[in-house]
Design a protein around this ligand. Structure first.
Ligand SMILES: CC(C)(COP(=O)(O)OP(=O)(O)OC[C@H]1O[C@@H](n2cnc3c(N)ncnc32)[C@H](O)[C@@H]1OP(=O)(O)O)[C@@H](O)C(=O)NCCC(=O)NCCS
Length: 198
């Protein structure tokens, strides 16, 4: 078994991955092991193309990153429903293939995305919807400070994390001490060519 601290995780902006791989992520998202946890179980080619094109606009309301772990593709994480005027947005993730789960990739991605949301997107609140019986996801989110809003949509619970973009460095310290106490936090690397989040 690979020690978690030996793993190098990365978030690569979709703009830096090739078109075939961008299209391939639809197949991961539609796989039963991922789709079972989402409200929309199947994404059509047309919808996926529209979603990809939507990220090329000047102020996209969604931004996606490829997850890579030790050089291998390991899933996707993304912001969506970004409302820059009200400094809020939603976040999502799927680690794929499933054998990459429970190796710290979700934790790495959420830590990096919280920093990105605060430092780059200047968000004040981050939301997500999670299926009530998705215990792995719920544990991860609650460990990072997300709390239920009390809203429910069918089997999906809504969670919220209050961010602090005005003192991002203070918040980052809080986040890192929170996570370091749990395990060695991998370095946040957004890509080989773009700047790290913080
Ligand atoms: C939910 C998901 C993103 C978590 O990512 P991951 O890389 O597996 O999570 P990590 O390895 O970083 O684990 C982080 C924490 O999550 C929890 N967790 C992860 N897998 C778990 C499991 N199988 N059982 C219980 N808790 C689990 C643990 O609290 C873990 O912390 P710990 O290792 O200190 O105990 C991943 O399982 C996944 O992609 N699931 C399918 C798609 C999905 O559910 N997406 C989210 C929709 S809201």
């Amino acid at each position: 078994m690979i020690e978690k601290r030996q793993i190098k995780n990365e978030l690569i902006p979709f703009a830096e991955i090739d078109d075939d791989l961008q299209m391939q992520t639809r197949e991961w998202r539609n796989s039963p092991e991922v789709a079972e946890y989402f409200k929309i179980p199947h994404i059509s080619v047309e919808t996926h193309k529209k979603w990809l094109a939507g990220m090329k606009t000047e102020h996209p309301d969604h931004i996606a990153f490829l997850l890579r772990s030790n050089g291998q593709n390991a899933g996707v994480t993304y912001f969506h429903s970004l409302d820059r005027q009200n400094a809020r947005g939603d976040w999502g993730i799927y680690v794929y293939p499933p054998e990459f789960r429970h190796r710290g990739i979700g934790h790495f991605a959420l830590t990096a995305c919280i920093n990105y949301a605060q430092d780059k997107l200047k968000l004040e609140e981050l939301f997500l919807d999670v299926m009530e019986n998705n215990s792995a996801a719920v544990r991860l989110y609650e460990s990072m400070g997300f709390v239920p809003t009390g809203e429910k949509d069918g089997r999906f619970l809504r969670y919220r994390l209050k961010l602090n973009p005005l003192s991002a460095s203070t918040e980052k310290k809080k986040t890192s001490s929170r996570t370091e106490s749990r395990r060695d936090t991998p370095p946040v690397i957004f890509s080989r060519t773009s700047q790290p989040a913080g």
